[in-house]
Structures are given as C-alpha cells and as structure tokens.
Design a protein around this ligand. Structure first.
Ligand code: B3K
Ligand code: ZN
Length: 884
C-alpha cells in the first residue's frame, strides 16, 4: 500500500511559469524488466536553455531507488553534488556551459504499482502511463512538457515476455542467451516525456496497413491478449477511417512506419496517445456484436480517432505547460466529434454531445470545482482532466469554426502547424493562429479560456406589427465562480433563424441591409446587452435560437409553450428542433416536481405528450433523432435549472412522466417497437443503431409504465440474444422489476459472461442503476462478487461509480446511506489508486445546492474523508475545494 500523504499540498500557478532552465536533446533508456524489480538506466544529454531565465538543474523523480548517478563521467555524491527529496533530485553546481551528460540507474517495482501511473503490470504484461507526470516514477528527468527530446529505448526481458514495444521504429532485437532477449526502439520525433511508453509481455497482434496519400506504407497493429484478438475489427476499421479523414479534412498524414495500439484491462482512463504506441483501456478497443452495444461501438470509433488525431494535435504540437491542457484536449475532442459526425448522423452526434455537456460539464461549471478552460492553478494536475478542459474546450474550438467558417478555421489550423510544428505552445498561440490566418480580431475571445462558469444569454422579443420589425435583445451574464466574482462579457457566436408561420426559414435581415438568403445567421455578441432589429416580415416570425448550440451557454428566452411546440414540429435546424421539445419537457418536469413537493396530484401536460406523439410518428425523421427526443431531460440537467435541488421531487416527477408517457403513447410506442424488430445481421452502422435506439427507447417507456406485454417482450428480447445492444436494453427494462425473469436473466447473463471481465462491467452497472429500493444493499453485496475487483478502475467505476454518479435516487437517499457508502469507498480506494479515488468524490461536491438535511449529510461525508490519515493530494484537493 502506498503512502500518499502530503503535509501541505502546494498550489501550482500559471503566473509562475518560467521556461525550463535546462533542455534535454537525447534520452537513452535501458530497462531490465522484472515485475518485482526493474532496473532503469538513463542517459540524458542536456544543455542549459539559451532562452531560459536560469534556475537549478532539477530532475523530478518519485519513489525511485537511486543506485548511481554521474555527470559527464564523474560519480555524484548525495549531499555534496546533489540533494534529493520525495519529489526531485537537484544537481548542485552543474557546469556553466557545454554539454551535460547525466547517467543514472534506478530501480522501480512495477508489481507494487497499484496507482497505474508510471510502469506497472496489468494481466502479467508491463505497460506505462506517463501523462501527466508518470515519467518521474520511471526515471529522474525534467518531467515537464516543454522539454522535448529524442528517445532511444532498449527493453530487456525474460523470453516469456515475447513482445517488447516502445515508441517509434524498432531498430534492433535479439536473444541475449541468458533466458532474456531485447528490442531496441528509436523515436525520430522529439517528444515530451509524458508521451513515452513501453509495453512488454504476451500479446497477439491483429495487423493491417494503411498507405498515406504521399505513399508511406504504415503497418497497423492492435495488440491484445490472445482471447480478445477476435474483437479488434471495429477498432482497426475506425483507425483506418480516422487516418483517411485527417488527410482529407486537415491534410494531416501519419509520420512513422508503424502505428500500434495496445489494449490493457487496468487503465485509469480511456486511452493514451503515446507517440506511435497508443495504450488503450480494453473498453475502447474490444467489440463483437454479442459483447458490445451500439454505444460501445461509437465509443471505440470516437476514442480511436481521438488518440490518432493527437498525433498532430498534442504530439507534433504539444502543450507548453499543463495549464494549456485544453490546447490539445479541447481541440482533439472537437476533431473526434467532427469525425464521428461525418461518419454517422451529424444531428444525432451534436445532440448527444450537447446532452453530455449539460449533464456533466454544466454542473461542474456551477460547482466548487469550477475552473476556466485554462485553469490558473492546481494542486494535482490529474484532477484537471475534466469535462471543462475537454468538452467545454471542444466547444470553444467549435466557436472559432462558427465565427470563421470551415475554410477560415482550416486556414487557422494550417497556420498553427506551420508556425508550431515541433514546439510546445499555449492556447494564446492557437488563438493567434486563428486570428492571423483570417485577419480577425479574437482578443475578446480570450475570456472563454480565463473565466469559469456557464454564461447565460437571455433573449427577449419585441414585435412591431406596423413596421414588420422584430427586435431581439440579448443580455449575457455569468455567475460568480470560486475566485472569480466579476465576469466580463464574452464574444459569443449566436446562431439564429427566423421561422415563418408556414414553418419555413425566412431571411434573417437586419434593418438597413440589402436582401439576404433565408436561413441561419450568426450574430456576434460582445456586450452585456445588445439589440438587433430584423425587418421584412408580414407576420410575427418565431425565432429559432442558438441553432446547432453555437455557444456553450444557458439560454433563457421569452418563447411561450406554443412557440416551443411549433419549433419542435418545424425547426429546420435539428438541434434547435430537439431543443425546443426538451425545453418544453424540462419546464413541465420542474412544474411537476413542484407539484409533487406540494402534495398536488400530478398530471402530465397534454402539450408535452402531443409534442412527443408528433415526433414519434413523423416518418421524415431520423430514428435516432426520435429516440433522443423521447429521452426526457436528465436529472442532472434539471438540477442545473433550479437554485435549490429537490432531488426527490425531480426523480419522482421524471419517473412519473416516464410512466405516464409510456401509458399515453402505448399505441404509438408498440408500433415503433414492432417496426424496429429486424432479422438483419448486426452491423454497427448509424442506420441500424438508430433503429435499435428507437425500438429500445419505445420498449423502455412501455416497461416504465408497467406494461405486462412489453415486459414479456423484454424477457423474450433478452432470451433471443440477438446482439448486446438488444440484450442489455431488455435486461435494463427487467432490472427495475420484481419479476422472476429479472432474476433468471441476471443469472443467465452472469453465467454466459463471467469469463469476460469487460462484459461483466455492464452487469454490475445495470444493477447499480436499478430503481429498486434494495439497490444499495445489492451493490454492497456485489462488492464481494468473484468477478468484482476494487483495484480495477473499470470495475470500480462500473459498480461504485455507476451508483454514486448515476443513481441519483439512492445515492441521495434521505438517510445519508449513499453518502456514507461513497465516503467508505473513497477512503479505501485512495490507499490503492489516488487518481481513481479523486474522481469518486466528485458527486459530493455540489452539496450546497441541496436541501438542509442532505447538505449536512453530504458535508459530513466530505469531512470524514478529509479527516482521514494519509490522504492523497488528489483527494485532498477535491475535498477541500468542495468544503471551500
Ligand atoms: N491524454 C490522455 C489522458 C491522460 C490523463 C492523465 N491523467 C487521454 C486523452 O485525452 O486522449
Ligand atoms: Zn485527448
């Protein structure tokens, strides 16, 4: 067990950034791999940074057993030539100029590394995770992204670790005759240490190749344990499509002769973009129709693309410091979103992404961990791989494209690569490339990087029937967030349509302007309040606001329920059309919640039912779009719309609405379910996935209404075992009930899949999300299930994480049992894997938003965690900020 404790965790601040005093040009590493004790020899060829401002020669290192260190051939002595603490080794009096060559030998212990950062063992194979600061757990090094070096790596291991991989190209291999063998790798591209990787063990490769448009033949390899080799087809296919897309859309080609992906089952996050050697969580590689859902396939496509795209946005051009993380993450998420959008239905992709943003990022932006896309400070950088940095960051990048147009955005990207290839740069450099390539003034746009919180845009209309003029007034504001009481106005691209009484788009024409075409127009909002006067109408047009979700803001408007229903039926912009229905539903759900709290009889608004009915039977609509429209706004999003969260009332109102919709739309839902049945062989296409989504959404609503026929259908759908999407959807319907099929199906699933750990994660999650009142007791029991392993991040997330972040009803039980469970789990997990533990705490963060009773219980749970001996700084940061 690791001692994580920190006496006084210090705050790292962006304003203190200074260039590295020393640079490393060449790194030569030799690993003698052994699970218990691995020896790491490092030769660093360094020099003083001519552009530096001076400072000590500091090599970060954590939990390293130092065996020897010498400088320019002279052995160094501790206390005389260098000092050392838990975080770093500092060379005293390094040579004033000339080349500095440091040779060090350290020993590390991969099999004791349960943090899954640095070099560790997963399923008897070695692998590494260095971002953000794991390289310092492998060797002494100036471990910061603005130190970019060329690496040569020799791996030596017993021959029962046949596969030896590292970054770049393999330049040698052989048997050493003593039961060990070696492989030598060279990466020609200078890279920051966080992109270093090695993998060693018994693995099987699925191979393919890709020829870039300039004719480079790239060997593609996906490495897995042997039993999983039949589940790599979709990942390989996604990889090839990503390579083609990046060439076509951005003119970006792959730059090495080999691109390798390794799937490992113990991994803290989704995947990692190490140069030429991506390491992936098995969850984002492995799929077969019987093991993976449509959602899993989409996740694989997106994450494979994301990591591949990092080769340019992240690796060739990297971050100067970790505050700039969104430079690579926001941009790369935007790129993977655009890729998935091009591969599937653009409308559905956009809606899903916005739904995700609102369910997770909006709450973060309104809570105690709120931080700007470019944070100004952190205690533990791993805590800042957040929805804000990733997903809001992607929205910020998207806004450049909305402001500059696709061509203008591409020009900006080209200039960015032209200026910065091979460099470590900042978000300002990216913004400057966008501005300079387009002759645009993007100075005010900086506020999106530096101010936290979700802005609100309030739109009000004034209709002058006599003049045929519609005036729209836009007022923007942004609530205070930790450390930022005053916010200045943002530069907001606001996409707008005006719709005539016949449902068609009208020209959005400003007063004193010549003729314009009908359709969407993007307004530039820059001030706290702005009014635009639109002209040329006979009848009052209906404004379609924030089309395509053109900015990550909360929209408040004076549109009436009738207007929303009209937009839900006619808007030509699919996002706005979906949004109108959601707004209608959200407003009504909040009313229902208030009714429930006041003890009034609940009645579902006929207007809401009717809007859903119209969507459900509209043959012109994409089926996936209909499925998304049937999904009621998430509990977490509803919670964002009120000042004090009455979670019980929200859950009750939403459950009531689901049940009632299921009953009122029974006929249409049954028809949709029947129409969606198909004998087609499973293919992970957008079309098929849309059909399944609608069919299963219909089944879900019918079952929510307790429809016995539908529940029988669900049981039959489970038994048919057509594909994992249908199996899981059916099981999801049964799991909330008391039926015997529930027990049978769960037992059957377990029997079928107990040897497939990734599939078993779904089984744990289903039970953790159940609406049955014994859920927490079941979750506790499952902690000792033979397939459960609290040290495995996927397992912990699938059971404990699913319950604490996904089951609002029972996590927020009024007796505090959910909170106490979370506190227990955090304290236990922190001893094993602090990054994982820190993520687990997050649902307690927004305690101030709840009722007094829950506030006290949540705060008590946070206090209990904070009072724990030996708490990691990861958990400390979240807990102390939450208690604020
Ligand atoms: N860059 C990695 C995330 C690393 C997280 C470190 N705690 C995966 C990605 O965003 O592509
Ligand atoms: Zn990324």
């Amino acid at each position: 067990m690791a001692d994580n404790s920190v006496a006084t965790p210090s705050l790292i601040e962006l304003k203190n950034y200074a260039p590295p005093p020393y640079l490393v040009d060449l790194v030569d590493l030799t690993f003698k791999l052994d699970p218990a004790t691995t020896e790491v020899k490092a030769r660093l060829s360094m020099q003083r940074n001519p552009a530096g401002q001076g400072g000590p020669l500091r090599l970060e290192g954590r939990k390293l057993d130092l065996k020897s260190i010498n400088l320019n051939g002279k052995d160094l002595a501790e206390g005389v030539d260098y000092t050392r603490d838990a975080e770093a080794l500092t060379i005293l009096n390094p040579p004033a100029d000339g080349r500095i060559v440091i040779n060090s030998v350290v020993e590390i212990h991969p099999d004791k590394n349960s943090e899954l950062e640095g070099l560790y063992v997963s399923s008897n194979n070695f692998c590494t995770q260095c971002e953000a600061q794991g390289f310092r757990k492998i060797t002494y090094f100036p471990d910061r992204p603005d130190v970019m070096a060329r690496y040569t790596v020799t791996l030596i291991a017993p021959t029962d670790y046949p596969v030896l991989l590292s970054n770049g190209n393999k330049i040698g291999e052989g048997d050493l005759g003593d039961g060990t063998h070696f492989a030598r790798w060279e990466d020609p591209f200078p890279k920051p240490s966080y992109l270093f990787a090695l993998v060693a063990g018994t693995l099987t490769a699925t191979r393919d190749s890709f020829t870039t448009r300039s004719g480079r033949k790239v060997a593609l390899e996906i490495w897995t344990v042997a039993v999983d080799a039949d589940k790599t087809d979709y990942a390989m296919d996604s990889l090839k499509r990503s390579m083609t897309w990046d060439e076509e859309v951005y003119g970006l080609e792959y730059d090495l002769d080999t691109f390798m992906i390794v799937a490992v089952s113990d991994f803290n996050m989704g995947a990692m973009e190490n140069k030429g050697l991506n390491v992936f969580n098995t969850k984002y590689v492995l799929a077969r129709p019987d093991t993976a859902t449509d959602g899993d396939y989409q996740g694989i496509e997106a994450v494979i693309a994301h990591e591949y795209f990092h080769n340019w946005t992240g690796n060739r051009v990297t971050c100067r410091d970790w505050f700039q993380l969104s430079l690579k993450e926001g941009l790369t998420v935007f790129r993977d979103q655009e890729f998935s959008s091009d591969m599937n239905s653009a409308a559905v992709k956009r809606i899903s992404d916005v739904r995700g943003l609102r369910a997770v990022q909006f709450p973060e932006d309104a809570g105690p961990m709120a931080h700007p896309v470019r944070p100004a400070s952190y205690i533990e950088i791993n805590n800042f791989y957040t929805p804000t940095v990733y997903n809001k960051g992607a929205e910020v990048v998207r806004m450049y494209q909305t402001l500059l147009g696709k061509d203008g955005f591409r020009k900006g990207m080209d200039l960015y690569f032209q200026r910065h290839d091979g460099q470590a740069v900042t978000c300002d450099d990216f913004r400057a490339a966008m501005a300079d390539a387009n002759g645009a003034d993007l100075s005010q746009f900086e506020r999106w990087y530096d101010q936290a919180g979700t802005p609100t845009v309030e739109v009000s209309q004034e209709w002058d029937a006599g003049a045929g003029v519609l005036s729209l007034t836009f007022k923007q504001s942004c609530a205070a967030s930790p450390g930022q009481s005053e916010k200045r106005p943002y530069h907001i691209p606001f996409a707008l349509g005006l719709i005539g009484t016949d449902g068609a788009d009208l020209p959005v024409r400003l007063e004193n302007e010549g003729p314009v075409d009908a359709g969407t127009r993007v307004l530039d909002l820059r001030e706290a309040s702005q009014t635009f006067r639109f002209t040329g109408f006979k009848d009052r047009p209906t404004p379609s606001l924030l089309r395509g979700f053109s900015a990550p803001v909360k929209l408040v408007s004076d549109l009436k329920a009738d207007d929303l229903a009209f937009l839900a039926a006619h808007d030509s912009d699919s996002f706005a059309r979906w949004e109108a229905g959601q707004t209608l539903a959200a407003q009504h759900l909040l009313q229902l919640a208030a009714d429930w709290r006041a003890g009034r009889v609940l009645t579902l608004s006929p207007a809401v039912v009717e809007a859903m009915r119209l969507t459900l039977v509209d043959k012109s609509l994409d089926q996936a779009f209909i499925a998304l429209s049937l999904a009621l706004p998430a509990e977490s999003y509803l919670a964002e719309l009120v000042s004090e969260i009455d979670i019980e009332a929200i859950v009750e109102a939403r459950n009531f609405a689901r049940r009632t919709l299921g009953a009122e739309l029974q006929k249409e839902l049954r028809a949709a379910y029947q129409a969606g049945k198909s004998d087609e062989a499973f293919a992970p296409t957008a079309d098929q996935a849309g059909k399944r989504a609608l069919k299963n959404a219909a089944l879900d609503l019918l079952c929510a209404a307790g429809d016995a026929q539908a529940l029988d259908e669900a049981a039959a759908q489970y038994r048919a075992q057509a594909n994992m999407t249908d199996v899981l959807a059916a099981l999801g319907c049964l799991v909330d009930t008391d039926r015997r099929d529930r027990v049978e199906a769960l037992a059957d699933f377990e029997k079928r899949w107990k040897h497939d750990t990734l599939v078993m994660d779904k089984w744990f999650t289903l039970q953790a999300l159940s609406r049955r009142s014994d859920t927490l007791a079941e979750v506790r029991k499952l902690l000792s299930h033979p397939s459960f392993d609290a040290k495995n991040p996927n397992k912990l997330r699938s059971l404990v994480g699913a319950f604490t972040s996904g089951n609002r009803q029972y996590f927020h039980a009024g007796d505090g049992s959910g909170y106490r469970f979370l506190a227990e789990q955090v304290v236990a997990t922190d001893k094993v894997n602090k990054q994982l533990a820190a993520r687990l705490v997050l649902p307690l963060g927004p305690w101030r938003r709840f009722d007094k009773q829950r506030q006290d219980l949540m705060r008590a749970a946070l206090e209990q965690i904070k009072g724990t001996e030996g708490l990691s700084k990861d958990v400390y940061e979240i807990v102390s900020k939450s208690l604020g």
